[in-house]
Design a binder for this molecule. Structure first.
Ligand SMILES: [Zn+2]
Length: 260
């Protein structure tokens, strides 16, 4: 059994054939798929998909590359959904991104802080997107940690260096690995993954983007998460069954999936 902890099922490349995509996910042994919102519209869509498919749980938030384009009422809508919809299991994705540089950095920081405060107030975990902004992400997480205790959160599609991984682990975060882990050139990332304790590991697809080998270059989907799990097992020097057991247990715990 596996849990894909980060999927964008509302994306048009997947949405048109969701019943088939999720049937393949079930055949591949997936216990759950977490569908992650990136703005108001996709957060609503994530809840709608979770309503239609018992395999799916939702997360709502405004991704850092979308904070500048958000309309005035969008954040309030996210808050209302998080407060009232039982299918919302997490807040996110949120975080910081200097790579695309689509929103002023101060605006991203303000949004990240609001997502963390919302998650804390509602007792829900949050999902962190971090690209070319490791130092600032760790700084903001440390402020949160020192003021309010260990954040209940995951660094999604982790691609940072060892120091970043260690700083996040020391604060009690989970690290989630995506298809990039399977790429030939990602030996450094596999070396970092090897050092993450089993009880801190998660796997994800981040579909429809960045499919793992042997599907690289094609549209990604939840069923492909098994390839990333296999590479993670090899990097850790443990069996695939152990990776399945640990990552599924971790995801159930983080996202409060027991009873779903
Ligand atoms: Zn994402």
């Amino acid at each position: 059994m596996l849990i894909d902890t980060h999927a964008h099922l509302f994306d048009e490349r997947l949405a048109a054939e969701l019943p088939a995509v999720l049937a393949r996910a079930e055949q591949a042994g997936l216990a759950h798929v977490i569908c992650i919102g990136i703005d108001r519209e996709s957060s609503l869509a994530s809840i709608e998909i979770a309503r239609r498919f018992p395999l799916v749980a939702a997360a709502v938030g405004i991704q850092p590359n979308h904070v500048a384009e958000a309309a005035p009422g969008d954040w309030d809508a996210i808050v209302a959904l998080a407060e009232s919809e039982p299918l919302v299991h997490a807040i996110g994705e949120t975080g910081l991104d200097r790579y695309w540089d689509r929103a002023p950095f101060a605006m991203q920081e303000d949004s990240f802080a609001r997502h963390m405060a919302l998650a804390r107030r509602l007792g829900k975990p949050f999902i962190i997107h971090c690209r070319d902004a490791e130092a600032d992400t760790v700084r903001m997480l440390r402020e949160e940690h020192d003021r309010h205790g260990p954040p209940r959160a995951v660094m999604h599609s982790f691609s940072g260096d060892l120091a970043t991984a260690e700083a996040c682990l020391a604060m009690g975060l989970y690290l989630s690995f995506a298809g990039m882990l399977t790429y030939k050139t990602a030996a450094d990332l596999r070396a970092i993954a090897a050092k993450v304790p089993l009880d801190r590991l998660l796997v994800e697809t981040d579909c429809p983007y960045l499919a793992p080998v042997p599907h690289r270059g094609k549209r990604n989907e939840p069923a492909f998460v098994s390839h990333t799990a296999a590479v993670l097992a090899e990097a850790k020097g443990v069996s695939v069954a152990e990776i399945e057991e640990w990552t599924t247990r971790n995801a159930r715990e983080l996202f409060d999936l027991t009873g779903r």
